[in-house]
Structure formats: C-alpha cells, structure tokens
Write a new protein. Structure first.
Length: 132
C-alpha cells in the first residue's frame, strides 16, 4: 500500500512486515489534519484486518489538548471496537510538549485490553510489533 499524505504534517501507511498501520507526524498538525490522520489510520487497520499501530512522533512538535481529548473520547472507543489492541509509539528525542501529550493520551487507556510501548526508533517499534 502506498503512503497516504494527510495534509502537511501527517503520512499514514500500512507496514506489511509488521502487519500494522503507521502514522508519521511532523510539526504541529491542525485539528482537521490530526483527526483525518487518525481516522485514515483506523481505515487502514480495518481494511487490512490489523490490531496494531505504529505512531512516529519523533518529528512532531505539539498536539493540542482539544485533539488529545478527541482522540481519547471519540477516536479510541471506535478504534477499540474495531480491534485496536497494540500501540508502538516512537518518541525519539521529541519535544517535552509532545512527550507530555503522548503520556496524557496513554494514561487514559484501559490496559486490561490494550498494550502500549514507547521506543526511540521506528526500527525498534517495528521489531516489537512483529513479535505480537
């Protein structure tokens, strides 16, 4: 599957080798771009019958509180219903605001039905996803 460019700050793709959707964020996506990117990743998951997402935040600069709330309150319940169970998040040397946002999002998840890990590199994240 080819990469799907969602605006200026988001690329969504399917990783055949890791059997997962991947979202690559750069800069600060607008709310529309953030939501379209997340929904596109959900479409990729459903079309390919996968329960895993690799989120590369290593080049992101900020996610708004409003977008974090939308992700937790609206997107995540839909994604979990569709089978979303594993998240590999690449932080690299991300900005402190990105790390705060990612931790805020992760803290709202039900870890009895969801597993999430953080990584420095995309290769490390892919390797973990391949083991699942």
């Amino acid at each position: 599957m080819d990469d799907i460019k969602v605006g200026e700050n988001c690329i969504v793709s399917y990783l055949v080798d890791a059997k997962s959707a991947m979202i690559q964020w750069t800069g600060m996506p607008s709310s529309d771009e953030f939501r379209i990117g997340c929904n596109t990743a959900l479409d990729v998951m459903q079309k390919n019958g996968v329960s895993k997402v690799l989120v590369d935040n290593s080049s992101a600069t900020l996610f708004t509180i409003k977008d974090q709330q939308w992700l937790n309150n609206e997107w995540l319940p839909r994604a979990e219903k569709a089978g979303y169970r594993y998240s590999a998040t690449v932080l690299g040397d991300s900005d402190a605001f990105v790390k705060f946002a990612v931790n805020n999002i992760a803290s709202k998840r039900d870890y009895t039905k969801f597993e999430s890990k953080f990584f420095k590199t995309v290769d490390e994240a892919k390797e973990w996803l391949r083991t699942l």
